[in-house]
Design a protein around this ligand. Structure first.
Ligand code: FMN
Length: 207
């Protein structure tokens, strides 16, 4: 499957973190304007991108219990949802900051149905999907590993939310979906479980 190199992420910006926190809210409507590949790269990097090395360990943009990094981030693109990316499913590869094409056919209708037909998924040009391989963290933390994975998904999702706010993109965290149906819609591998959907699009003129 094809690999797509993403533009380098920005590590500075004109919106302060304080402002992004103050104005952030769940925004459920989207303009049908294509999302720039720079924005896509920034959002995926904010979720799970590599930042720097500490004591020989590659660190990522969101914290991880024991640096076990159980999360995998996917990007679902709706038909005509983007100019640079064809409809289908892509997997973000943090080590190379690339998108790996996973499904070459649109999965948008199936993902929408799996998310209980919520309009926020149906109308989004793309949706970031956070999935987890629990065993990576459970092996190291048998008692608390599951809880840690959920906490970590929250960290990654909030990073995405704040970058959306800084770049005047709309998003809304979506946790109401049928797990099995999302797994089937995206053909997720057996060890991955879907945790969070983050539909993203440009802000319509009305906000
Ligand atoms: C774990 C979680 C799951 C959520 N699931 C959904 C969802 O399925 N659909 C939706 O429209 N909003 C969903 N939301 C968004 C909440 O409704 C929203 O955060 C809440 O109303 C507070 O508004 P705010 O985000 O604008 O501050 C979810 C939020 C969280 C934290």
């Amino acid at each position: 499957m094809a690999s797509i190199e993403l533009p380098d992420p920005e590590t500075d910006g004109s919106t302060s973190v304080e402002r992004a926190i103050a104005t952030r809210e769940s925004r459920r409507s989207f303009a049908q304007t294509p999302i720039d590949i720079d924005d896509i790269a920034q959002l995926l990097w904010a979720a799970q991108g590599r930042t720097h090395v500490r004591d020989g360990v590659e660190l990522r943009a969101a914290p991880s219990a024991g640096a076990t990094y159980p999360l995998t981030v996917f990007l679902e693109v709706a038909p005509a949802g983007d100019e640079d990316l064809e409809a289908g499913l892509y997997r973000y590869e943090p080590a190379r900051h690339t998108l790996e094409r996973e499904r070459e056919t649109a999965v948008h209708d199936d993902l929408t149905a799996a998310a209980l037909d919520q309009a926020v998924i149906a109308e989004a040009p793309m949706t970031i999907v956070i999935a987890a391989a629990y065993d990576r963290t459970r092996r190291q933390y048998p008692a608390h590993g599951e809880r840690y994975v959920h906490m970590e998904a929250g960290h990654a999702a909030e990073n995405v939310h704040l970058v959306c706010e800084a770049r005047e993109l709309n998003t809304c965290p979506v946790g109401a979906f049928d797990d099995d149906d999302v797994t089937t819609a995206l053909s997720l591998s057996a060890q991955l479980e879907p945790l969070y959907l983050l539909p993203v699009g440009h802000r319509p003129a009305s906000g």
